[in-house]
Ligand binder design. Structure first.
Ligand code: SIN
Ligand code: MN
Length: 241
């Protein structure tokens, strides 16, 4: 007799369905089809052969455990840049139009499940029109080895308060949904599996969040990711160049 792998039959996995985790954070499991996931992984690998190769950004001089590439803007721990100093001043590839459309669709699907007070547009109920204008101009793509993680942090390098749209493919990750005030409790842990979408905006746009753990070997059979996990976040910088 053996116990199932961690998380395989946990309560949150057994009752997976779209839900608003806390106001402003919407999780939609299996938003991407298998074919869409395969296509995305191919694109991510291809983008990684572009001007911004996968690299481990330094935080206070220490390399992160994830490997990052990006479109639109380059990220380092001092902010978002149009040119990557580490890569000879290279400019990231632009965010393709189909990714922008996907971001809009993700957002409107998320909003349908969350009309939370505090989301921009809540008062005038113009949420869906607002989703139509969402134009992410930066995509950060992170690859996590099975033993990689990401500490609690806020996404606050953007000048815009538009939501963050996040897509995951590969092994399941433990995603920690914190609060906007402190990097500590209260927080809620959510398992993000292959194909899952999570959006954070409105009252949770500046929440602390992190990825304390990847569950190795949990990607579905025939996953395009043999080992580890990819995550792509879309954001709007609110800047012009
Ligand atoms: C991030 O916080 O930028 C990435 C989150 C994730 O990998 O799910
Ligand atoms: Mn983040």
């Amino acid at each position: 007799m053996s116990d199932p792998p961690a998380g395989l039959f946990s309560d949150d996995v057994l009752s997976r369905g779209p839900q608003e985790i806390v106001p402003g954070v919407v999780h939609i499991p299996a938003w991407l089809s298998g074919e869409q996931q395969r296509w995305l992984v191919k694109q991510w690998s291809q983008w990684g052969r572009g001007p911004i190769p996968p690299h481990s950004p330094l935080i206070h001089g220490h390399p992160m455990s994830v490997r990052m590439t990006s479109l639109g803007w380059h990220w380092d721990d001092t902010g978002l840049k149009k040119q990557a100093r580490e890569f000879g001043g290279a400019s990231p590839l632009p965010v393709p139009e189909w990714v922008v459309r996907m971001g809009r669709r993700a957002l409107s699907d998320g909003l349908r499940r969350s009309i939370a007070p505090g989301w921009p547009g809540f008062e005038d109920r113009e949420l869906f029109r607002w989703a139509e204008t969402y134009t992410p101009d930066v995509a950060l793509i992170n690859y996590y080895d099975p033993d990689a993680s990401m500490g609690m942090h806020q996404d606050k390098d953007e000048d815009s308060a538009e939501p963050v749209v996040s897509l995951s493919v590969g092994d399941t990750a433990l995603f920690r949904v914190g609060n906007p005030q402190t990097r500590n409790k209260p927080y809620r842990d959510v398992r993000l599996a292959s194909g899952d979408l999570i959006i954070f905006g409105g009252p949770s746009r500046y929440m602390f969040h992190g990825v304390p753990k990847i569950f190795p070997g949990t990607a579905p059979e025939h996953s395009p990711v043999a080992r580890g996990r990819f995550n792509m976040t879309l954001r709007m910088t609110g800047r012009h160049s």
